[in-house]
Design a protein around this ligand. Structure first.
Ligand SMILES: Cc1ncc(C[n+]2csc(CCOP(=O)(O)OP(=O)(O)O)c2C)c(N)n1
Length: 632
């Protein structure tokens, strides 16, 4: 195989176009095979194979720096930069990350995972380069989906103004995870289908050949050229007005054309935006037909495209086949059916957050705002200020983007926006950039916000109803994966603000779980019972308001309390309990907190990571036994 000859991108330099086309086929096969086993972002990676080869052929990584926006499309880049030998470990615990990572390779100059950071980061790198008098090239590759975020425009805004030699490759496949949305997407679509593109598409190569290789800016060349050449630059007028030399659109699968284009623009000393058109999922029938399903996928059968087991299943034994996201989506449809004030908002994650059915049933009350979490939150605040009941469904990790909007636009004004915080806790293979391990800490300190976490699907539904009854802002956090169906042993189905419940009586020790740690705490209590240790188990339900009364009363019954949470310990739920005890002047109770210490949690399966951090039943059981033995 040709890929075996490539120890570093330098080895690509001697390849012929024919060999590079064969290499593209090999890369596609390797990616399909690996993702079919390990899961991952298939369609996005298949779309950028030729682009990646061309970039490595023309530029000199790691001296020249590639910033992959989101970074979910970086598998070919990894394969060409010395990571072929360990590619089978992709997304596995201790293995290759599914995203660019500084600690993994000098060819990854900037880590990504969340979208729309590439232009800002590239500009920073360029500025630092100029300060040290270097002359490397910096290329940001951004998708049309990622271009919907405000952050990308903040980067373009400064870059166009600074006039530095930044190359932005806009990889346009007209898809975000689902079809791309918004006015920018409509604009790009017009560019692709417009008369200019149609007219000049065929002439693209001829035009490029006419561009001198050195010195003059693309704009100047265009200015000097004949009328038809000017037309070549017209479609992307918006980018030109922002200070970029716009080039394209060109076919992003035409390797010779890509190579010629990069060679032509390499020497320019001004910002260039190269618009390429690619097919998401290219080269594998099933992902070409359904790039949305194959955007991020679990293990599947290559022959049939069918999933092996269900995607994102939490590894809790004995649960029914429905995810928390699906359960939430169903509950929201139910709520919206009886309350026409209910609105659903997503930032480009309709399928992931379980809103597909809602969008079909209530198209006028469903909004996909693009990858624009801060806007989603303020948009919801505006709706809520007029008496509507917006529900922002968002992954915990992406809600981080909207912190100021949560405080400034929602909570200070005490508006009844509901945050459905999906993928809260350990998410698994997507790794450090995607774990939802901060939301308890960053939400808990905001006045007016009620925060809940359900122990099972029944509670999730009841919490949504409680949030809709609540007159102020609220958040419900729930994990990735399958729901613990049925009741986790809740005695009382009714959700009352600030009320938790004891779901197992004991005497020797108390274990307080929140959300999905309730079920494992119960299992750990069963193990303790066989050792003769009787543990109370508390289903906390509320992070805020905290059930001070129950916690304080528990302290008169047992002198040892363990708190288990899938969140960082700093500022987490355990901290809330400690604050409560301290404020109440309780000093004779020993508290142990199980959660994530002061570190980022890397990639691996949810099961493996929970085991590592002692968040599974065995971990809690062992910790409880040690704790019982300890003097204090
Ligand atoms: C801030 C943020 N929100 C949401 C996501 C989830 N997400 C990952 S890829 C993606 C779509 C990106 O579309 P595009 O940039 O066009 O790349 P493509 O996958 O089409 O190549 C989304 C919404 C994210 N990574 N970061």
């Amino acid at each position: 195989m040709l890929i075996e000859k490539i120890k570093s991108p330098q080895d690509l330099k001697g390849f012929t176009i024919e060999e590079m086309n064969t290499l593209a086929e090999e890369l596609r096969e390797l990616i399909i095979e690996r993702v079919s086993k390990n899961g991952g972002h298939l369609a996005s990676n298949l779309g950028v194979v030729e682009l990646t080869i061309a970039m490595h052929y023309v530029f000199n990584s790691p001296r020249d720096k590639f910033i992959w926006d989101v970074g979910h499309q970086s598998y070919s880049h990894k394969l060409l930069t010395g990571r072929y030998g360990i590619f089978q470990t992709l997304r596995k615990f201790g293995g290759l990350s599914g995203f660019p990572k500084r600690s993994e390779s000098p060819h990854d100059p900037f880590g990504t995972g969340h979208s729309s950071t590439s232009i800002s980061a590239a500009l920073g790198i360029i500025e630092a380069r100029d300060k040290r008098g270097d002359d490397c090239k910096v290329i940001a590759v951004i998708g049309d989906g990622a271009l919907t975020a405000g952050l990308a425009f903040e980067g373009l805004n400064q870059a166009g103004h600074m006039k530095k030699d930044l190359i932005v490759v806009l990889n346009d496949n007209e898809m975000s995870i689902s079809p791309n949305v918004g006015a920018m997407s409509t604009y790009l679509h017009k560019v692709l289908t417009g008369t200019f593109y149609k007219k000049f598409r065929k002439e693209t190569r001829a035009l490029l050949e006419g561009i001198p290789k050195i010195g003059e800016s693309v704009a100047k060349i265009a200015g000097k050229a004949e009328g038809s050449l000017k037309g070549f630059f017209l479609p992307g007028g918006l980018f030109q007005d922002l200070g970029f030399n716009y080039l394209g659109p060109i076919d992003g699968h035409d390797l010779p054309l890509l190579i010629e284009t990069f060679t032509s623009i390499k020497t320019l000393k001004e910002p260039v935006l190269l618009h390429i058109v690619t097919k998401k999922g290219k080269g594998y029938k099933f992902s070409e037909d359904d790039p949305c399903i194959f955007h991020g996928i679990g293990p599947f059968e290559i022959e049939t495209g069918e999933l092996n087991g269900s995607k994102g299943a939490a590894e809790i034994k004995g649960c029914e086949c429905i995810t928390y996201s699906e359960g939430f989506g169903r509950a929201l449809v139910e709520a919206a059916s009886v309350d026409d004030r209910v609105i659903a908002i997503t930032a480009a994650m309709k399928e992931g957050t379980g809103l597909t059915a809602f969008a079909e049933k209530f198209p006028d009350r469903f909004y996909d705002v693009g990858i624009a979490e801060p806007h989603a939150v303020t948009f919801a605040a505006g709706l809520a200020s007029q008496g509507l009941r917006p529900v922002v469904t968002v992954y915990s990790t992406f809600l981080q983007r909207a912190y100021d909007e949560i405080i400034h636009d929602v909570c200070i004004q005490d508006l009844p926006v509901i945050f459905a915080v999906d993928r809260a806790g350990i998410v698994g293979e997507d790794g450090a950039t995607h774990q939802g391990l901060f939301d308890i800490s960053f939400l808990r300190n905001i006045p007016n916000l009620m925060i809940m976490a359900p122990a099972d699907l029944v509670e999730l539904r009841m919490m949504l109803m409680a949030a809709l009854r609540h007159e102020g802002p609220s958040a419900i956090r729930y994990p990735r994966g399958k729901a613990f169906t049925g009741q986790t042993a809740s005695h009382d189905i009714e959700i009352r603000p600030g009320k938790s419940e004891i779901i197992l009586e004991g005497k020797d020790i108390a274990i307080i779980g929140i959300g999905n740690t309730v079920a494992v705490s119960l299992k750990a209590a069963e193990l303790l019972k066989s050792d003769g240790i009787e543990a109370y188990v508390v289903n906390a339900r509320f992070i805020k308001p905290l059930d001070d009364e129950l916690i304080i009363s528990l302290c008169s019954r047992t002198k040892k309390i363990i708190i288990v949470e899938e969140n960082v310990l700093a500022g987490g739920f355990g901290s809330a309990v400690l604050e409560c005890l301290s404020d109440a002047g309780i000093t004779d109770v020993a508290v142990m907190r199980i959660g994530i210490d002061d570190e980022f949690v890397e990639h691996g399966s949810q099961r493996r990571l929970r085991e590592k951090y002692g968040l599974d039943e065995q971990g809690i059981y062992r910790a409880a036994r040690e704790f019982i033995k300890a003097k204090r």
